[in-house]
Design a protein around this ligand. Structure first.
Ligand SMILES: Nc1nc2c(ncn2[C@@H]2O[C@H](COP(=O)(O)OP(=O)(O)O)[C@@H](O)[C@H]2O)c(=O)[nH]1
Ligand SMILES: [Mg+2]
Length: 203
Protein backbone atom coordinates (compact mmCIF):
# COMPACT_ATOMS: atom_id res chain seq x y z
CA UNK A 1 0.00 0.00 0.00
CA UNK A 2 1.45 3.31 -1.09
CA UNK A 3 0.74 6.73 0.27
CA UNK A 4 1.23 9.93 -1.65
CA UNK A 5 1.21 13.52 -0.50
CA UNK A 6 0.14 15.87 -3.26
CA UNK A 7 0.09 19.64 -3.08
CA UNK A 8 -2.31 21.97 -4.83
CA UNK A 9 -0.76 25.36 -5.43
CA UNK A 10 -1.76 28.40 -7.42
CA UNK A 11 -3.02 31.93 -7.12
CA UNK A 12 -5.88 32.94 -4.88
CA UNK A 13 -9.16 32.08 -6.57
CA UNK A 14 -7.65 29.46 -8.88
CA UNK A 15 -9.89 26.71 -7.50
CA UNK A 16 -7.62 24.83 -5.09
CA UNK A 17 -10.22 24.44 -2.35
CA UNK A 18 -12.89 23.58 -4.91
CA UNK A 19 -10.68 20.91 -6.49
CA UNK A 20 -9.90 19.24 -3.18
CA UNK A 21 -13.59 19.26 -2.25
CA UNK A 22 -14.44 17.66 -5.59
CA UNK A 23 -11.87 14.90 -5.09
CA UNK A 24 -11.92 14.14 -1.40
CA UNK A 25 -13.69 11.09 0.03
CA UNK A 26 -13.60 12.55 3.52
CA UNK A 27 -15.02 15.88 4.64
CA UNK A 28 -12.45 18.50 3.68
CA UNK A 29 -10.79 20.35 6.48
CA UNK A 30 -10.78 23.98 5.45
CA UNK A 31 -9.08 26.83 7.18
CA UNK A 32 -10.30 30.16 5.97
CA UNK A 33 -9.94 33.69 7.25
CA UNK A 34 -10.95 37.16 6.18
CA UNK A 35 -9.39 38.19 2.90
CA UNK A 36 -7.69 41.54 3.34
CA UNK A 37 -6.47 41.56 -0.26
CA UNK A 38 -9.62 42.42 -2.19
CA UNK A 39 -7.54 43.94 -4.99
CA UNK A 40 -6.09 40.58 -6.01
CA UNK A 41 -9.24 38.50 -5.69
CA UNK A 42 -12.66 39.77 -4.79
CA UNK A 43 -13.57 37.00 -2.41
CA UNK A 44 -14.75 37.48 1.15
CA UNK A 45 -12.59 34.67 2.45
CA UNK A 46 -9.46 32.99 1.29
CA UNK A 47 -7.30 30.15 2.43
CA UNK A 48 -4.63 31.29 4.83
CA UNK A 49 -3.69 27.95 6.25
CA UNK A 50 -4.56 24.69 4.52
CA UNK A 51 -7.21 22.61 2.88
CA UNK A 52 -6.91 18.91 3.50
CA UNK A 53 -8.66 15.99 1.84
CA UNK A 54 -8.05 12.32 1.10
CA UNK A 55 -8.77 9.96 -1.75
CA UNK A 56 -8.04 6.28 -2.33
CA UNK A 57 -6.59 5.46 -5.71
CA UNK A 58 -6.74 1.91 -7.00
CA UNK A 59 -7.33 -0.64 -4.25
CA UNK A 60 -5.28 0.75 -1.44
CA UNK A 61 -3.22 3.78 -2.38
CA UNK A 62 -4.07 6.66 -0.12
CA UNK A 63 -3.51 10.11 -1.54
CA UNK A 64 -3.36 13.04 0.83
CA UNK A 65 -4.38 16.29 -0.82
CA UNK A 66 -3.17 19.59 0.56
CA UNK A 67 -4.24 22.97 -0.75
CA UNK A 68 -1.59 25.42 0.23
CA UNK A 69 -1.72 29.15 0.70
CA UNK A 70 -1.71 31.37 -2.34
CA UNK A 71 0.02 34.14 -0.48
CA UNK A 72 3.74 34.37 -0.06
CA UNK A 73 3.62 35.54 3.52
CA UNK A 74 2.74 31.99 4.53
CA UNK A 75 5.90 30.60 3.01
CA UNK A 76 6.94 28.65 6.12
CA UNK A 77 4.05 26.28 5.58
CA UNK A 78 5.01 25.72 1.97
CA UNK A 79 8.38 24.46 3.14
CA UNK A 80 6.98 21.98 5.63
CA UNK A 81 4.64 20.43 3.08
CA UNK A 82 7.15 20.61 0.25
CA UNK A 83 9.46 18.34 2.23
CA UNK A 84 6.74 15.69 2.52
CA UNK A 85 5.17 15.91 -0.91
CA UNK A 86 5.70 13.75 -3.97
CA UNK A 87 3.64 15.61 -6.51
CA UNK A 88 2.25 19.02 -7.40
CA UNK A 89 -0.91 20.20 -9.09
CA UNK A 90 -0.62 23.84 -10.13
CA UNK A 91 -4.00 25.44 -10.77
CA UNK A 92 -3.95 28.76 -12.61
CA UNK A 93 -7.12 30.68 -13.33
CA UNK A 94 -7.49 32.00 -16.86
CA UNK A 95 -8.81 35.30 -15.48
CA UNK A 96 -5.73 35.90 -13.31
CA UNK A 97 -3.78 39.10 -14.09
CA UNK A 98 -0.87 37.15 -15.59
CA UNK A 99 -1.53 33.38 -15.66
CA UNK A 100 1.74 32.49 -17.40
CA UNK A 101 3.84 34.42 -14.87
CA UNK A 102 1.91 32.81 -11.99
CA UNK A 103 2.42 29.37 -13.44
CA UNK A 104 6.16 29.84 -13.88
CA UNK A 105 6.41 31.25 -10.37
CA UNK A 106 4.77 28.21 -8.78
CA UNK A 107 6.62 25.65 -10.88
CA UNK A 108 9.85 27.39 -9.98
CA UNK A 109 8.99 27.44 -6.29
CA UNK A 110 8.17 23.72 -6.27
CA UNK A 111 10.71 22.54 -8.80
CA UNK A 112 11.98 19.82 -6.43
CA UNK A 113 8.59 18.11 -6.59
CA UNK A 114 9.07 17.56 -10.29
CA UNK A 115 12.35 15.82 -9.60
CA UNK A 116 10.79 13.72 -6.84
CA UNK A 117 7.49 12.76 -8.43
CA UNK A 118 5.74 14.95 -10.92
CA UNK A 119 3.91 18.14 -11.77
CA UNK A 120 0.58 18.57 -13.55
CA UNK A 121 -1.08 21.88 -14.46
CA UNK A 122 -4.76 22.77 -14.60
CA UNK A 123 -5.99 25.91 -16.33
CA UNK A 124 -9.22 26.88 -14.55
CA UNK A 125 -12.02 29.40 -15.01
CA UNK A 126 -11.61 29.28 -18.78
CA UNK A 127 -15.41 29.51 -18.96
CA UNK A 128 -15.58 32.78 -17.01
CA UNK A 129 -12.51 34.52 -18.43
CA UNK A 130 -13.27 36.96 -21.23
CA UNK A 131 -10.88 38.87 -23.51
CA UNK A 132 -12.04 42.13 -21.90
CA UNK A 133 -11.53 40.68 -18.44
CA UNK A 134 -8.05 39.62 -19.39
CA UNK A 135 -7.18 43.20 -20.20
CA UNK A 136 -6.81 43.03 -23.97
CA UNK A 137 -8.50 46.28 -24.84
CA UNK A 138 -5.72 47.62 -27.05
CA UNK A 139 -7.60 47.06 -30.30
CA UNK A 140 -5.62 44.94 -32.72
CA UNK A 141 -5.65 41.28 -31.78
CA UNK A 142 -2.29 40.25 -30.41
CA UNK A 143 -0.96 37.22 -28.64
CA UNK A 144 -0.09 39.42 -25.65
CA UNK A 145 -3.76 40.21 -25.10
CA UNK A 146 -5.05 36.75 -25.93
CA UNK A 147 -6.67 34.60 -23.29
CA UNK A 148 -4.38 31.91 -22.01
CA UNK A 149 -5.02 28.46 -23.39
CA UNK A 150 -3.66 25.13 -22.20
CA UNK A 151 -1.41 25.21 -25.28
CA UNK A 152 -0.02 28.65 -24.45
CA UNK A 153 0.74 27.58 -20.88
CA UNK A 154 2.37 24.44 -22.19
CA UNK A 155 4.51 26.48 -24.62
CA UNK A 156 5.59 28.86 -21.85
CA UNK A 157 6.59 25.92 -19.65
CA UNK A 158 8.49 24.32 -22.48
CA UNK A 159 10.41 27.54 -23.10
CA UNK A 160 11.20 28.07 -19.41
CA UNK A 161 11.98 24.42 -18.61
CA UNK A 162 13.03 22.58 -21.76
CA UNK A 163 13.87 19.44 -19.78
CA UNK A 164 10.53 19.11 -18.01
CA UNK A 165 7.47 17.21 -19.21
CA UNK A 166 4.43 18.78 -17.60
CA UNK A 167 0.92 17.92 -18.79
CA UNK A 168 -1.47 20.88 -18.96
CA UNK A 169 -5.24 20.36 -18.79
CA UNK A 170 -8.08 22.81 -19.06
CA UNK A 171 -10.27 21.90 -16.09
CA UNK A 172 -13.24 23.02 -14.10
CA UNK A 173 -12.30 22.17 -10.49
CA UNK A 174 -15.97 21.74 -9.62
CA UNK A 175 -16.09 18.67 -11.89
CA UNK A 176 -14.95 15.58 -10.01
CA UNK A 177 -14.28 13.53 -13.15
CA UNK A 178 -12.03 16.25 -14.60
CA UNK A 179 -10.04 16.58 -11.40
CA UNK A 180 -9.79 12.80 -11.19
CA UNK A 181 -8.11 12.75 -14.61
CA UNK A 182 -5.60 15.37 -13.42
CA UNK A 183 -4.91 13.48 -10.21
CA UNK A 184 -4.54 10.06 -11.82
CA UNK A 185 -2.15 11.51 -14.39
CA UNK A 186 -0.01 12.81 -11.57
CA UNK A 187 -0.18 9.62 -9.52
CA UNK A 188 0.78 7.57 -12.60
CA UNK A 189 3.75 9.89 -13.08
CA UNK A 190 4.82 9.52 -9.47
CA UNK A 191 4.54 5.73 -9.56
CA UNK A 192 6.42 5.53 -12.85
CA UNK A 193 9.18 7.68 -11.43
CA UNK A 194 9.40 5.46 -8.35
CA UNK A 195 9.50 2.29 -10.47
CA UNK A 196 12.26 3.69 -12.67
CA UNK A 197 14.47 4.70 -9.75
CA UNK A 198 14.54 1.66 -7.45
CA UNK A 199 18.11 2.44 -6.40
CA UNK A 200 16.96 5.60 -4.64
CA UNK A 201 14.47 3.63 -2.56
CA UNK A 202 17.08 1.17 -1.35
CA UNK A 203 19.51 3.76 -0.03
N1 LIG B 1 -17.15 29.01 -13.43
C1 LIG B 1 -16.07 28.50 -12.86
N2 LIG B 1 -15.84 28.76 -11.56
C2 LIG B 1 -14.73 28.25 -11.01
C3 LIG B 1 -13.81 27.46 -11.75
N3 LIG B 1 -12.79 27.15 -10.93
C4 LIG B 1 -13.05 27.70 -9.73
N4 LIG B 1 -14.24 28.37 -9.77
C5 LIG B 1 -14.85 29.14 -8.69
O1 LIG B 1 -13.91 30.13 -8.31
C6 LIG B 1 -14.02 30.41 -6.91
C7 LIG B 1 -12.66 30.31 -6.25
O2 LIG B 1 -12.32 28.96 -6.05
P1 LIG B 1 -11.54 28.48 -4.73
O3 LIG B 1 -11.57 27.00 -4.76
O4 LIG B 1 -12.08 29.15 -3.52
O5 LIG B 1 -10.08 29.04 -5.03
P2 LIG B 1 -8.75 28.92 -4.13
O6 LIG B 1 -8.50 30.30 -3.61
O7 LIG B 1 -7.68 28.52 -5.11
O8 LIG B 1 -8.99 27.91 -3.07
C8 LIG B 1 -15.05 29.44 -6.37
O9 LIG B 1 -16.26 30.12 -6.28
C9 LIG B 1 -15.11 28.34 -7.44
O10 LIG B 1 -16.35 27.70 -7.50
C10 LIG B 1 -14.09 27.19 -13.16
O11 LIG B 1 -13.35 26.53 -13.90
N5 LIG B 1 -15.24 27.75 -13.63
MG1 LIG C 1 -8.89 28.15 -1.05
Amino acid sequence: MAEHVILFAGPMGAGKTTAIEALSEVPVVRTEAANTDRETADKATTTVALDYGEITVGETDKVRLYGIPGQRRFDFMWQILKDRARGLVVLVNADAPDPVASLIEYVDEFRELYDRGGVVVGLTRADVASPAGAGSSAGAPSSAGALPSAASLSDALQAAYPDMLVPVFTVDPRRTEQMTTVLLTLVANIEMRAAMAPAEEVH
